[in-house]
Design a protein around this ligand. Structure first.
Ligand code: SF4
Length: 244
């Protein structure tokens, strides 16, 4: 039976650029326990006003040992009801894009910048992002991905520590340090935005196709923390953010 993949070894790339990552069953139990314990702790979070209107906290889903992690914006109506991120049309598109590189959503980890649904699906507010960001940083520390693909402006600006919008930086990978973890940050258009804009969808598909190459790179060791990317992290820009 296959054991857990040595994280210092690159992923297996199948012919055609398809990525192979280990099944969830190969994840060490203690690793799952840590993530589940943290998810249970966050389930009762009342750090910001969004706690009042949510059905439940949408912590994240997928493999606790994923090499590829996606970070979107915030739960919508269906996510709030089901407790799972990306279950609507945008989620279907994400699954299609994953299938195109030989992955399923069970082999990656999917989370959001905010864990609770903003009322009426309005944009996250800066103070809500600030209140919730430590949950995301802790998730990244526990999952230890090598590539973090940010979907849209909110996650990209938060994790890059830069105010540049997704239209400027999509498809441009950036090695960065989050906590003690060196990760390759890879900004992508948000699938919800690409759903209704064919030109954006083409760009998203093209950017997505580079993921196997990025996952195949040998991870760089963590360097000294950049202040804006430390766990006590970046202040989101005061400007109103958007999906793109
Ligand atoms: S959005 Fe984040 S900080 Fe706000 S209540 Fe939900 S889990 Fe807590």
């Amino acid at each position: 039976m296959a054991g857990p993949r040595d994280r210092d070894q690159p992923l297996t790339i199948r012919p055609g650029g398809v990525v192979h990552s280990p099944p969830v069953s190969a994840v060490p139990v203690e690793h799952l326990d840590d993530l589940q314990a943290y998810a249970q702790a966050v389930a009762g979070c009342t750090r910001c006003r969004l706690a009042q209107g949510r059905t439940q906290v949408v912590f994240g889903s997928g493999s606790a040992h994923a090499d590829l992690m996606f970070v979107g914006e915030a739960p919508g109506f269906h996510e709030d009801r089901q407790g799972v991120p990306f279950v609507g049309q945008a989620g279907k598109l994400l699954e299609q894009l994953l299938a195109g590189i030989g992955l399923s959503r069970q082999e990656v980890y999917i989370a959001n910048t905010l864990k609770c649904r903003p009322p009426g699906n309005r944009d996250p507010q800066p103070d809500e992002i600030e209140a919730c960001e430590s949950h995301l940083f802790r998730q990244i520390e526990l999952i230890e991905p090598t590539v973090v693909a940010t979907l849209g402006n909110f996650a990209t600006k938060l994790l890059s520590g830069r105010p540049l919008g997704i239209t400027r930086v999509h498809g441009q990978e950036q090695q960065t340090t989050i906590g003690s973890r060196s990760v390759l940050l890879y900004p992508l258009y948000h699938p919800a935005a690409a759903l209704y804009t064919p030109a954006m969808l083409k760009v998203l598909e093209s950017d997505f196709a580079r993921l196997p190459e990025l996952l195949g790179r040998t991870p760089e060791p963590a360097t000294a923390l950049e202040p804006e990317l430390a766990l006590v992290a970046p202040q989101p820009p005061a400007e109103q953010l958007g999906l793109f």
